[in-house]
Design a protein around this ligand. Structure first.
Ligand SMILES: [Fe+2]
Length: 245
């Protein structure tokens, strides 16, 4: 009798221990799950704060030079893109005249290739419109999505592939590509637009500018190489840009 009671009792106790252990493990599991979530949120917060901090630092140390420039801030809108000396704009595969624009960016001495310079370019579509998809933010709402960013290496060279843009429907300006420069020390400014030799809409001021910003008129003489029309333009940083020094 005593013995039988003892066995039942042992089983009962063992059952309790198993249930308690299961409960205990369950509690630990829930606790760990919660902690993992909290830790992930904590890490995510640190990441977001440091990201916005470094972006803000980049913007705070930047300085617009050479007078007012509507939309020059678009030079900062490359987001997470890993910039390099070559970029291909989204219209390159479309119907139109394929062009390759290339050259070297020099320091203000006009001789030393400039490293780490960002060149932002944007232009219209074949109808002379800055095309948008409707979901744009920032300056893309005005500049459209035919735009690109190039960052030079220590040889200062840059290249971009795109289509030769159309002319504004008003025909008040020749076909053009807008360039904006951002230097590694944060100076940013516009330089003369890229234009195309032979465009009947070019004005005398555009053909022979007195003090062209960036060191040249920006008029490209396109020459056909295979199936692409190639134009070269070198850029001198700060050349004829007021208050650059
Ligand atoms: Fe324009």
């Amino acid at each position: 009798m005593n013995h039988s009671f003892s066995v039942t009792d042992t089983f009962f106790s063992f059952g309790l221990i198993v249930i308690q252990t299961v409960n205990y493990c369950g509690a630990i599991f829930v606790f760990l799950k919660k902690m993992t979530r909290l830790f992930t949120i904590f890490l995510l917060n640190i990441f977001l704060v440091s990201c916005s901090k470094s972006q803000n630092q980049a913007r705070h140390s930047s300085e617009l030079v050479g007078g007012p420039c509507e939309g020059c801030e678009a030079v900062f809108e490359y987001g997470n893109r890993d910039l390099n000396p070559i970029d291909t704009l989204p219209d390159f595969g479309d119907e139109g005249q394929k062009i390759k624009v290339t050259g070297t960016i020099y320091l203000n001495d006009g001789k030393t290739p400039a490293d780490d310079v960002i060149l932002y370019i944007y232009h219209t579509d074949q109808e002379g419109i800055y095309p948008t998809k409707g979901n744009e933010t920032g300056w893309a709402r005005r500049h459209g999505y035919f735009r690109g960013w190039i960052k030079t290496n220590d040889d200062g060279k840059y290249t971009f592939y795109t289509l030769k843009p159309g002319v504004y429907p008003s025909r008040l300006a020749p076909a053009h590509i807008h360039p904006i420069i951002l230097e590694p020390d944060g100076k940013y400014y516009w330089i003369e637009d890229y234009h195309f030799e032979g465009d009947s809409l070019l004005s005398e001021r555009e053909i022979n500018p007195e003090s062209p910003r960036g060191g040249s008129s920006g008029i490209l003489q396109l020459k056909k190489e295979n199936n692409i029309w190639v134009g070269t333009r070198n850029i001198i940083l700060g050349k004829n840009v007021p208050d650059y020094e």
